[in-house]
Every structure is written in C-alpha cells, then in structure tokens.
Design a binder for this molecule. Structure first.
Ligand SMILES: C[S@@+](CC[C@H](N)C(=O)[O-])C[C@H]1O[C@@H](n2cnc3c(N)ncnc32)[C@H](O)[C@@H]1O
Length: 267
C-alpha cells in the first residue's frame, strides 16, 4: 500500500506546479477563480431571495481577485492589475467602444511587447546617463564588436555608434515593432546594425562587449550563456540587474537611485 499524500503536501505540489506557469496564465486563473467565487456568492444570496446589486458584485469580484492573486503569490504590481481588471472591463463595455479598437490596441501592444509574457523582460528604455557610462567602459581598440541584447528602440547603440565610428556595433531585439523602428534609425549609420530575433539564439563569442538591460528573471540563464560563449578578455555589462551569486568586477553609478548602476564582469 502506498501512503496517501497529505493535504498540505498536495497543496505544496499544486502551488509549485502553478509557479511554473507564465505569470499571465496565473493572473488569468486568479480572475477565473474570482469570477467563480462571485457567481457562487450571488447564487447563494439569490437562494435566500436577495439580489446583490451590480456594484457590490463588481467590488466583490475585485476583492476576490486580489485575494486569489495574493494566494497565488503574484508580484505586487499584479495585485493592482487584478483589482482593477473587471472594473476596467465593465467601464470599457459601458463606453460602447467599437470592438475594432480593442483589436487594434491588442495588435499594437503585441508587436511592442511580443513575448514579454514568457521572457518576463518588457520594453523600458535606458537613459543618456547610462549610455555615457557605457561609452566610458568601451575598449579603446578600433574595430571592437559591441552587442546590445534586447536592443529595444536602439537608443544606446545609436548613441555609441555616433560617438565611436571606429567600433562595430549591433543590437538584437525580439519584438517586431521596436526592431523595425531601430532598423530605420540605423539607416545611414555604417557601423551599426540591428537584427530581429531572440538573443538566446545569437552566438556571443564574436563580441568584445555585450550589454544587457533586461530583468532579474533573465540573468541566471544569461550568465550561463555568457560564460559558455564569450571569449577571455571580453566584457559583459548589465544595467541595473545583477547576476545572483556572482560578484561584479566593477560597479559604475549611472545616477542617484540605488538601482542606477552598471555591473561589469570581465571574462
Ligand atoms: C529593458 S528593454 C532594454 C532596451 C534597450 N537595451 C535600452 O537599454 O534602452 C529590454 C528589451 O529586451 C527585449 N527582449 C527580451 N527578451 C529578448 C530576447 N530573448 N531576444 C531579444 N530581445 C529580447 C525586449 O523586447 C525589450 O525590448
């Protein structure tokens, strides 16, 4: 006879398998759970002859979604989204906006944020103070090759390409619209090239400097790739995000906040 799993053990297994799912799926589950809870509440009230007002139902749904999101341990900014999601849906429906606008917005957001639901690396841009420090960290050697992993709208590499025409500069970006936009910006810049694709499929061995501004979620696997592919003497630079458990060789401040830092690792 096999021992039956205890309820707490099953709950633990369920929560760790849920944690494997993409965060949007978990967020969707919280909304579905809240919908079921709200329906059951309204149904039970109707059984005793009480019709719950629409606003109370809406508020109840939002509170349940918040509770579910907490139970599922979603990051704090998702709690706000969970709470506001259903009121936003109701408000949008009551405005009677033609459905085509939602489709257009969905397509536009998809082209900009593309696989963010999976990579957990959204588009946000580094600023000039970062680009200046990045420039200071570049090798003096002409023809050195520089790569931006997840090059967004191309700002940092365009800045470097103009200041260091002696270098060969590239960016790789997965989201189609930012990739297309940066390719347009690079027209006429002979030492700069952007590609559309995933950096996970990009060989890092030919680059002297690899720059990344991604998210904490990407760093552990990226470090494995950097170690496996980058050549001795090359430089890996991350803005804002550290590699867990691997001390940087140098840290450069790029502004006033705690997170405004470049982390440099010499391979
Ligand atoms: C935080 S933004 C940084 C943009 C730019 N490097 C900058 O400093 O302004 C990160 C970018 O990485 C892109 N990205 C995420 N995962 C990627 C992947 N696997 N391959 C290529 N780009 C990726 C995202 O689409 C996003 O545009």
């Amino acid at each position: 006879m096999f021992p039956l799993p205890s309820p707490s053990l099953s709950a633990l297994r369920l929560s760790s398998s849920l944690r494997q799912l993409p965060v949007v799926v978990i967020a969707g589950l919280a909304q579905v759970g809240a919908g079921i809870a709200t329906f059951l509440g309204a149904f039970s009230a109707a059984q005793v002859g009480y019709a719950v007002p629409g606003l109370a139902l809406l508020f109840g749904h939002s509170l349940s979604a918040l509770a579910m999101a907490r139970m599922l341990k979603l990051p704090s900014w998702w709690l706000v989204i969970e709470f506001l999601f259903m009121p936003a849906v109701v408000a949008a429906l009551s405005l009677q906006i033609p459905a085509g606008w939602f489709l257009a917005a969905f397509v536009a957001f998809s082209l900009v944020y593309w696989s963010t639901y999976r990579t957990r690396v959204p588009l946000y841009l580094s600023g000039r103070s970062v680009w200046r420090e990045l420039e200071n960290a570049l090798p003096e050697r002409p023809q050195a090759r520089i790569l931006d992993l997840g090059s967004g709208l191309g700002g940092p590499m365009l800045y470097l390409a103009k200041r260091r025409p002696d270098l060969r500069i590239e960016g790789v970006e997965a989201a189609p619209l930012p990739a297309a936009f940066s390719m347009l910006r690079a027209i006429g810049c002979r030492n700069l090239r952007f590609r559309w694709g995933s950096f996970w499929r990009h060989d890092l061995s030919q680059y002297d400097v690899v720059f990344a501004y991604l998210s904490p979620a990407a760093m552990p696997d990226l470090w494995q790739k950097v170690k496996a592919e980058m050549q001795p003497g090359s430089l890996f630079i991350s803005h804002e995000f550290v590699v867990p458990g691997v001390e940087a060789d140098e840290i450069v401040r790029t502004g006033l906040g705690d997170r405004a830092r470049l982390y440099l690792w010499r391979l």
